[in-house]
Design a protein. Sequence first.
Length: 371
Amino acid sequence: MKILVVGAGLFGAVVARERALAGDSVTVIEKRPHIAGNIYTEPVAGIQVHRYGAHIFHTKSQRIWNYVQQFAEFNRYTNEPIANYHGKIYNLPFNMNTFYEMWGVTTPAQAQAKIAEQRQILAGKTPRNLEEQAISLVGTDIYQTLIKDYTAKQWGRAPKELPAFIIRRLPVRFTYDNNYFDDPYQGIPIGGYTQIVEGMLAQPGITVALNTDFFEKKAQYLHDFDRVVFTGMIDQFFDYSLGTLAYRSLRFETELVDIPNYQGNAVVNYTDAQTPFTRIIEHKHFEFGTSNRHQTIITKEYPMTWEKGLEPYYPVNDQQNDALFQQYRHLATQTAATVIFGGRLGAYRYYNMDQAIAAALQIVYNKDLFH
Ligand code: FAD
Ligand code: UDP
């Protein structure tokens, strides 16, 4: 089979590799000047810079963990971000350290009692949105201090107007454990993420063309290839004919600073409303600060409303957009039988890296799709 993969991100690279291994001839086109999509990292002043935001690999799946080990060796980095609220520091995710910092409580029973008392404001109803979900999980004080304004900055709308699942991404623990993830496998590839995608695309049978946008020759690609695996925006594929899906975009402001250690941690969230960015990443700490002894690189992350021409980093999975996405899926089954949509944009899903890999591995051996 002749397969075109649109997008050299993680999803596209896994599909390309596995289909090439199965004997197909695979062409990958990527509109950016580099491979690896949003997991792209590059060395600057001896420090691996995560160009599109902090990426920490974590997974529950031993199978996915083993899969990525083929392409890089991982360090034992554990993500332990902190939050800065008007100059006061809190531990994340929400755990006994946070509860102590917020209320001075020292035992799980005291913390649970405090949350139960604050949750009463919900009068026992099932949480219907992010605000209610957050209050139900951690109470009103933590909601006000660490969640409300950060979330409004990140998503450009009030937490009341967002789906509850977004806050359930974060663990709530009654132990003194600052690990941001519950997954048993976690780490950062030594030497960065780009090598992972490079390794996948090095499989014989794959040709890669950078600076190449699918929409410049859409009709010809659809004619020339037996299958197209499309990891760009599904609404753009259909020329936004049913309407525009909502995305969140980001602006990254990166600086090389002439001090060895800027903030003492890889990730510091700014959870107040006044600070215009959501977080500062200090890249060297992903590698335990050993890479450059004199300088450091920091990136401030500014959320933005997505509009055409900007990068669509996050799908906005509220009911209205999920319903529109389902209409596009339906349109795809009617009109684009040889096209397979996948990845964060093609599937319109808030995938983590392990989920993007798992979703790709799920389709590549599906005989109904590739036969
Ligand atoms: P992408 O990486 O977006 O790749 C899609 C590719 O398609 C892009 O390179 C794009 O340029 C290309 N493309 C699009 N349209 C076209 C076109 N028309 N023609 C040609 N090429 C096209 N996950 C984690 O597990 N841990 C984290 O800590 C983490 N942090 C994140 C932080 C941020 C700020 C963001 C935005 C995401 C984060 N993620 C994290 C998620 C992770 O980035 C995704 O799971 C992963 O990148 C998804 O891969 P993908 O291939 O689906 O998408
Ligand atoms: N969140 C928050 N305060 C924080 C960190 C996260 O309110 O300090 C909320 C916010 O709504 C965010 C969600 O939790 O969108 C998920 O956080 P995560 O760190 O998983 O977001 P991502 O890294 O995907 O941007």
